[in-house]
Design a protein around this ligand. Structure first.
Ligand code: CO8
Length: 263
């Protein structure tokens, strides 16, 4: 059975292949203490360890306990020193480089480092009551984990400047219009919508899904020619997998339900 950590809990459903990681500091609106940042990494690492053969766990949903996703870095720790200068070894990078797709399920506040955590995930799905923003400007700093960079790519640099310079809390629907959130649902429909989305991704051939994650990351980090060459190389590799044969068989045979094994 999965372990619970001091400030995160994990769970998984072997039937669907969906894992869950919950940020669990509801009294502090899940503010990112150093303990919580460590426990996010520990929880995700443990979920992936259940994945010996690469197919038990196929996607992970990250959410916050108590009706909020995360109100950013724990400001009470700022006096002891900066939240972390180790961005490269942080939970943000761990999520970005995690082999499985990660979905942020967002309710309530999603601010500062909380929004940067969500933007480190592969998908962001929110409810209509959620509020997002980058309020670091009011603390005399900037979003230190890529907030302006992410929004410049997901929306555009002008929108990133607007959000980071005003520090305003914006409604999730605006985030969806801007491309920062993938989707927004009524509060009582969010759980089902996220589960359905997670299960859809989890039902797809695991090697294709993992490769698409890497390809999309490359698209933001390399030139077009290099990215297309990468896609062409991995495409050829995937042509020789059992899952490719399985997909072709399911296409050809009307009543055949494919079982993708990640091989
Ligand atoms: N840090 C610590 N505690 C917090 C935080 C936080 N970010 N946010 C809320 N809390 C605590 C409050 O202190 C309060 O605790 P207590 O009950 O003990 O007084 C509890 O959570 C509930 O909060 P409020 O009473 O304030 O609730 P409200 O509903 O009145 O307000 C807000 C909610 C608007 C979200 C308000 O709490 C707020 O403005 N919080 C701070 C938001 C913020 O500025 N976030 C950005 C932090 S900076 C950051 O994220 C930079 C990340 C950089 C990463 C760099 C990596 C290198």
């Amino acid at each position: 059975m999965p372990t619970d950590f001091e400030t995160t809990t994990i769970a998984f459903d072997e039937e669907t292949g969906v894992g869950y990681l919950t940020l669990n500091r509801p009294d502090a609106l899940n503010a990112l203490s150093s303990q919580l940042r460590e426990d996010i990494v520990a929880g995700l690492r443990e979920l992936n360890e259940y994945n010996d053969d690469g197919v038990v766990m196929r996607t992970v949903v990250v959410e916050g306990a108590g009706g909020n996703f995360c109100a950013g870095a724990d400001i009470t720790e700022f006096e002891e020193g900066p939240p972390t200068t180790e961005v490269d070894r942080s939970h943000y990078r761990f999520i970005r480089e995690y082999p499985l797709p990660v979905i942020a399920k967002i309710r309530g506040y999603c601010l500062g480092g909380g929004l940067e955590t969500a933007m480190s995930c592969d998908f962001r799905i929110a409810d209509t009551d959620a509020r997002f923003g980058l309020p670091e400007v009011d603390l005399g700093i900037i979003p230190g984990a890529g907030g302006v960079q992410f929004i410049s790519r997901l929306a555009n640099p002008s929108v990133a400047k607007e959000i980071a310079m005003t520090g305003e809390h914006l409604p999730a629907e605006r985030g969806a219009e801007l491309g920062i959130f993938n989707d927004v649902h009524a509060p009582d429909e969010l759980d089902a919508a996220v589960d359905e989305f997670a299960e859809t991704i989890a039902s797809k051939p695991p090697l294709s899904v993992r490769t698409i994650k890497k390809s999309a990351t490359m698209a933001t980090q390399t030139g077009l020619r290099e990215g297309i060459e990468y896609d062409a190389d991995v495409f050829e590799t995937l042509l020789w997998t059992d899952d490719h044969k399985e997909g072709v068989r399911a296409f050809a045979e009307d009543d055949y339900e494919p079982e993708f094994q990640g091989k």
